[in-house]
Write a protein of this length. Structure first.
Length: 302
């Protein structure tokens, strides 16, 4: 382990973050265009839906985006393996020091329900930490991108920006929360009792909050745009759901942490399932919004 508590690595080839981020943005945009075609067709006639072993749905759109992204990343960086939601059964993945972590269609349920709230998530992970994070929002034709100059890459600049529908680059800014009112993101599956318990804790701490319901990693996009301050997730996600959003938040002075306040690290466990987390746009909020206690924390994995 290194001094920060992350796995040590051998010397890896240097990365030109600016060049790589530009290329991944283009891949994300092209994947978004592909998904938009599937989505528009789905609006006219229902798409075929299969069920995976974990009971989650998968569609032809998921698989088409996966095939495209995997092929494009392999062509871009032949020496960096790809771990995608649709090819996650990779027996030797925990030996990888650097790899792409991909959700080709985050929000499949939202896609099926025709809400339009789905994203493309691509992250570059090294030694458990996220170096690059990209989230594409296909129906808005926007891409959010960030690179983080972690300990092994201090010569690379941090950057975070959004590419808008007109192709212009919009620099993203740090967002500081003032006062006791919080815009709070909730999953559309937030009727579980732990959310009511958490909201009660916020109220007891003197916070007022407006709840914003949104699907997929789109919530992270709303956070870095300054529309959401707090995103509690108290039921499971997978690593490809959070990596890109965590990168964006950390570069902009925010955080994504477990219920003990520890940042997520990636590809360190047998399973790729995340525990509960709290995400904030302003890291100084953490001491005030971390849950004090829950009745049955273990139940949040169910």
């Amino acid at each position: 382990m290194n001094q920060n508590g992350f796995p040590s690595t051998n010397v890896l080839p240097a990365i030109d973050f600016t060049h790589l981020l530009t290329a991944v943005i283009q891949i994300t945009q092209q994947a978004g265009e592909l998904l938009t075609v599937f989505y528009n067709n789905h609006l006219q006639s229902s798409i075929d839906i299969q069920t995976k072993n974990d009971t989650s749905p998968v569609t032809a759109a998921d698989m088409a985006a996966h095939d495209f992204i995997e092929s494009a990343l392999q062509a871009l960086t032949p020496d960096i393996p790809v771990l995608s939601e649709e090819s996650a059964d990779v027996s030797d993945r925990r030996k990888w020091q650097r790899f792409w972590l991909v959700d080709p269609l985050d929000g499949t349920r939202e896609f099926i329900k025709k809400t339009g709230e789905f994203t493309v998530n691509i992250a570059l992970v090294e030694a458990g930490q996220v170096l690059l994070g990209v989230i594409g929002v296909p129906l808005k034709q926007q891409v959010y991108a960030a690179s983080n100059n972690l300990a092994s890459h201090t010569d690379q600049p941090k950057q975070a920006y959004r590419i808008d529908v007109d192709g212009r680059r919009h620099e993203l800014l740090e967002h500081r929360v003032q006062g006791s009112k919080l815009n709070t993101a909730m999953s559309r599956n937030s009727s579980r009792p732990q959310y009511a318990e958490y909201q009660h804790q916020l109220t007891q701490a003197g916070f007022e909050f407006d709840t914003i319901n949104a699907g997929s990693a789109y919530k992270f996009c709303l956070m870095v745009d300054g529309e959401i301050d707090l995103y509690p997730r108290l039921h499971p996600t997978s690593e490809w759901d959070t990596a890109s959003g965590q990168c964006l938040l950390e570069v902009l002075g925010g955080a994504l942490v477990d219920l003990n306040g520890r940042p997520f690290i990636y590809n360190q466990r047998k399973e790729l399932l995340n525990g509960p987390f709290i995400a904030v746009t302003d890291q100084s909020l953490l001491s005030k919004v971390l849950p004090k206690s829950f009745t049955t924390a273990e139940s949040y994995f169910k």
